[in-house]
Design a binder for this molecule. Structure first.
Ligand code: HEC
Ligand code: HEC
Ligand code: HEC
Ligand code: HEC
Ligand code: HEC
Length: 338
């Protein structure tokens, strides 16, 4: 390594070290004004931002370190690398857009207000400069950019998928869909518009049902099931490799279910297509549906069939079946007459 590269590395490490100290120590800080509050916990914000606090506390950001699903898979965080994004230091410490590092404080706060809203100078970053309010928020482009979400949300290319979509070209940010407007009551009783911190996603039936447009039609001798990604700003499904979207069908002759070869007795549903990114050691391609794209799956209609029932399911894991309603959400069901 050249001298200048070494020097640059040393300066980089020193910078990170001092920044970390500044945010993690309760001692004095050079950047923070002597009389400015030391922001360490979501509880401090709760005092004046109860609504945002309540939304956040019930959200997957709020539960990121306590979530039983995550605790089980991370062996109760004995797999320490899982803390990087589930118990992160403030984004500003590692830089908006860079992969986060783990912290060792406030274990119940997961992805805390502090993780997102703390600025490099120890103050609050926000959309507007508001020197007149107690927490003195300052506008930050880095905080408002998609890079802020990318720090944790590109492990499975969700941010890259968004960048490749028409939403990115139109400037429709992650927060346009994931942080809708919400009412905020001021102490004097007046109401202003804020932004919801619930962050609906894979655990929200309404959000899931907005992601795609499902159709099913007879075309000649085929039943055509089609899904168009009309509402997700990235692939559908996205992120976690567990997630899957299934298109299913079942043929009938009158009241009786029939098999695809026209014989009687086919009580189970058949799958026409599965949208999913396989696990690393699993064979197969990524079949997630990119934003704006449409996929058709064709099935031959058996002789004598009078109609079909079709369904679209969202699965939190690929292994759960239709009866597992805690992890399977029925997004659509309808009848197609022949
Ligand atoms: C002592 C009360 C108080 C505390 C504590 C407080 N805030 Fe605020 N904050 C306010 C008030 C008042 C406003 C202005 C609300 C309005 O527009 O009516 C505000 C506004 C904001 C805004 C919006 C700025 C904008 O873009 O318009 C953000 C973001 C914010 N606070 C974040 C935080 C965070 C994060 C914390 C905790 C680390 C926090 N605040 C702690 C009182 C407080
Ligand atoms: C680079 C950041 C990052 C790291 C490192 C990380 N995660 Fe996550 N994790 C996320 C994000 C972002 C989500 C939310 C996206 C989603 O649900 O698909 C998530 C979601 C999850 C979920 C789904 C929770 C639910 O309720 O459905 C589980 C389980 C999980 N992570 C386990 C782990 C485990 C185990 C590790 C360590 C091996 C780990 N994560 C490391 C960012 C990360
Ligand atoms: C510091 C890391 C981090 C940052 C920054 C971050 N997230 Fe997350 N996010 C997570 C983790 C971790 C989870 C999943 C926690 C869990 O389920 O246990 C998550 C969950 C979510 C979910 C819910 C997924 C579900 O399964 O229901 C959505 C939606 C989401 N984040 C959107 C965003 C958006 C939009 C931004 C940018 C404004 C953002 N996140 C910034 C780490 C982060
Ligand atoms: C995952 C990152 C993230 C977390 C965690 C987070 N926020 Fe925010 N918050 C944002 C973003 C991004 C905006 C700006 C949305 C915009 O205007 O585009 C915002 C806006 C706000 C606003 C101004 C809008 C409003 O609703 O009044 C307040 C106040 C606020 N946050 C407080 C909090 C508090 C308090 C917490 C913790 C309880 C918190 N935030 C947690 C990302 C986050
Ligand atoms: C046009 C609206 C829209 C935009 C823009 C958008 N999303 Fe989503 N997002 C959705 C919908 C709808 C879903 C539910 C369907 C799905 O999982 O794909 C979703 C789901 C998610 C989930 C849940 C995945 C899981 O497995 O738990 C995460 C995390 C997420 N989005 C993050 C982001 C991030 C980060 C960005 C910006 C880079 C973003 N979204 C941009 C609409 C949007």
């Amino acid at each position: 390594m050249s001298i200048s590269a070494r020097l640059a590395l040393a300066v980089g490490i020193l910078g990170l070290f001092t920044a970390t100290l500044r945010f993690l120590s309760s001692g004095t800080s050079t950047a923070r004004a002597a009389d400015a509050p030391l922001w360490e916990s979501a509880r401090q914000c709760q005092e004046c931002h109860q609504e945002a606090y309540d939304e956040w506390a019930s959200s997957h950001h709020g539960i990121a370190f306590t979530n039983p699903e995550v605790r089980a898979l991370s062996d109760d965080f004995r797999r320490e690398e899982c803390m990087d994004c589930h118990l992160p230091r403030p984004l500003a410490v590692t830089g908006f857009g860079n992969r986060t590092l783990p912290r060792r404080t406030h274990f119940d706060e997961g992805v805390s207000c502090i993780s997102c809203h703390l600025g490099e100078d120890g103050g609050i970053v926000a959309r507007n400069d508001r020197p007149e309010v107690p927490c003195k928020p300052k506008r930050s482009e880095a905080f408002l950019s998609v890079d802020a979400c990318m720090s944790c949300h590109n492990q499975h290319q969700t941010t890259d998928q968004w960048r490749a979509s028409h939403y990115a070209q139109q400037g429709i940010h992650c927060t346009n869909c994931h942080m809708p407007e919400a009412d905020r009551k001021r102490p004097d009783g007046t109401v202003r518009k804020g932004r919801s911190h619930v962050y609906p996603g894979a655990h929200d039936a309404k959000m899931l049902s907005q992601a795609g447009t499902f159709t099913a039609n007879k075309d000649g001798k085929d039943l055509v099931l089609a899904l168009e990604n009309t509402g997700a700003g990235h692939n559908f499904p996205t992120e976690e490799r567990h997630r899957a979207v299934d298109l299913e069908y079942r043929f009938f002759r009158g009241a009786d279910a029939i098999a695809s070869d026209g014989t009687g007795g086919a009580p189970e549903w058949s799958r026409a297509w599965r949208f999913r990114q396989p696990y690393r050691d699993e064979p197969g391609e990524n079949t997630q549906l990119p934003a704006g794209k449409k996929k058709e799956a064709r099935v031959s209609i058996p002789e004598g069939a009078t109609h079909a029932m079709v369904r679209m399911w969202y699965r939190l894991t690929p292994l759960c079946d239709d009866k597992d309603t805690a992890r399977s959400t029925l997004l659509d069901e309808r009848k197609v007459d022949f």
